[in-house]
Ligand binder design. Structure first.
Ligand SMILES: NC(=O)c1ccc[n+]([C@@H]2O[C@H](COP(=O)([O-])OP(=O)(O)OC[C@H]3O[C@@H](n4cnc5c(N)ncnc54)[C@H](O)[C@@H]3O)[C@@H](O)[C@H]2O)c1
Length: 358
């Protein structure tokens, strides 16, 4: 915990007292005094800002804030979106492994808030590129935090971990549930391991330097803009074209599905809430839970598709059960995901219909 008490008046956090063992000190303490001043006129540095979640966050913040995105465009969910022409946006094409360019971009831009979305994500890509996964996710995050630590006036750094850190059977996993890491040699787990290192590194910067870091652990995010792979986006695209929906395994795998706008509201919440500093949060929709077979059937029903469901052998290690406990975010941030599948799937289908010109 932060070791201070504060009140929020008209959106501004005012610190009333600081305990002797507070981890907030020096330059980070002065930033904390204004940290809850609503998300207006801030300077955001968003790595991976052209990706699925990053681009949705850019749209959420762009009218009220300055944003610099830093992305190597491995993926591009913004395309020719009007946000790319917005006067508040500066888009830098850069790699988080390019230490010099990253450091210079951060130093010159002097952000008040950093959101680090850039990563190799998506299990198919991870399995094909396990070396890049470890390198980009671990070294890229280390580069970012080292550069961020040189800044003055930094109010928040948000890092992305993953629900994969809970392993293959995770029911109502809370933030203090131990991480479970799969067998070495199975490429899929390089992602969970890399994200776990990021998470530890973020907490280490908080403990050692007082950097105002928060970690979010997304649980199966879906929605418009998912240009990388994802089971739900694949189902929706195939259902729109009346192609078979392919399930790997028997379809009994259980997931909780979080619509991207809910995910971004979770990030928005940790960006400004004083309770978020030095903490990790599960961000997911614990009510939108179904088996993969149930998901495929729901997609077919909601889209009115003529697709069939077929079953194939699994090609790599899988998660059998993954449902978050979201009590911590509810208690500390007053945040909860609330868009259900019956609402989120049709909204996502509209996006793909337009994108695929169907
Ligand atoms: N979508 C989910 O369900 C989910 C679940 C758990 C965690 N996450 C995490 O959330 C974050 C965002 O995920 P997303 O779904 O938007 O993924 P995404 O792949 O759509 O976005 C990642 C972005 O990072 C960029 N990028 C990749 N390598 C880079 C590099 N070396 N340098 C600079 N930019 C680079 C890509 O171009 C892309 O725009 C990631 O950290 C991911 O691990 C996502």
């Amino acid at each position: 915990m932060l070791g201070y008490t504060a009140v929020i008046i008209d959106g501004t956090q005012i610190i009333l007292s600081i305990s002797a063992d507070s981890q907030l000190s020096g330059r980070y303490l002065s930033a904390a005094i204004v940290v809850y001043n609503s998300m207006k006129n801030k300077r955001f540095f968003i790595t991976g800002g052209f990706g699925f979640i990053g681009s949705t966050l850019v749209r959420r913040l762009i009218n009220d804030n300055e944003i610099m995105t830093y992305d190597n465009l491995f993926r591009n969910a913004l395309g020719d979106d009007p946000a790319t022409k917005h006067p508040n946006l500066t888009a830098v094409q850069g790699d988080v492994l390019d230490t010099q360019k990253l450091e210079q971009a951060i130093r010159d831009y002097r952000p008040t808030h950093i959101v680090h979305c850039a990563a190799i994500a998506g299990i198919d890509t991870v399995v094909q590129k396990p070396v890049s996964t470890i390198d980009i996710n671990v070294t890229g995050t280390a580069n970012l935090l080292r550069a961020a630590n040189e800044l003055n006036g930094l109010e928040r750094v948000v890092l992305f971990s993953t629900s994969e850190v809970f392993g293959t059977h995770a029911f109502q996993s809370s933030e203090i549930t131990s991480a479970v890491i799969g067998a070495v040699g199975e490429a899929r787990w390089t992602y969970a391991v890399s994200k776990l290192v990021c998470e530890h590194l973020g907490h280490a910067y908080f403990h050692q330097y007082g950097m105002p870091v928060t970690v979010v652990r997304p649980f199966n995010v879906y929605g418009p803009g998912q240009v990388g792979e994802g089971a739900l986006s694949t189902f929706i695209k195939r259902a729109l074209s009346s192609e078979d929906l392919i399930i790997h395994g028997d379809g009994s795998q259980i997931r909780a599905w979080c619509y991207v706008d809910d995910m971004v509201e979770g990030v928005y919440s940790v960006l400004q809430h004083p309770n978020a500093v030095g903490e990790s949060f599960n961000i997911g929709n614990a009510k939108a839970v179904t088996t993969i077979y149930g998901l495929a059937s729901t997609v077919i029903r909601l889209i009115g598709s003529r697709s069939n469901i077929i079953f194939q052998e699994k090609t790599h290690a899988d998660i059998e059960l993954r449902v978050p406990d979201v009590k911590k975010a509810r208690d500390l941030l007053d945040y909860e995901a609330n868009i259900d599948l019956e609402d989120g799937i049709p909204r996502t289908a509209v996006y793909y219909k337009e994108k695929l010109s169907l």
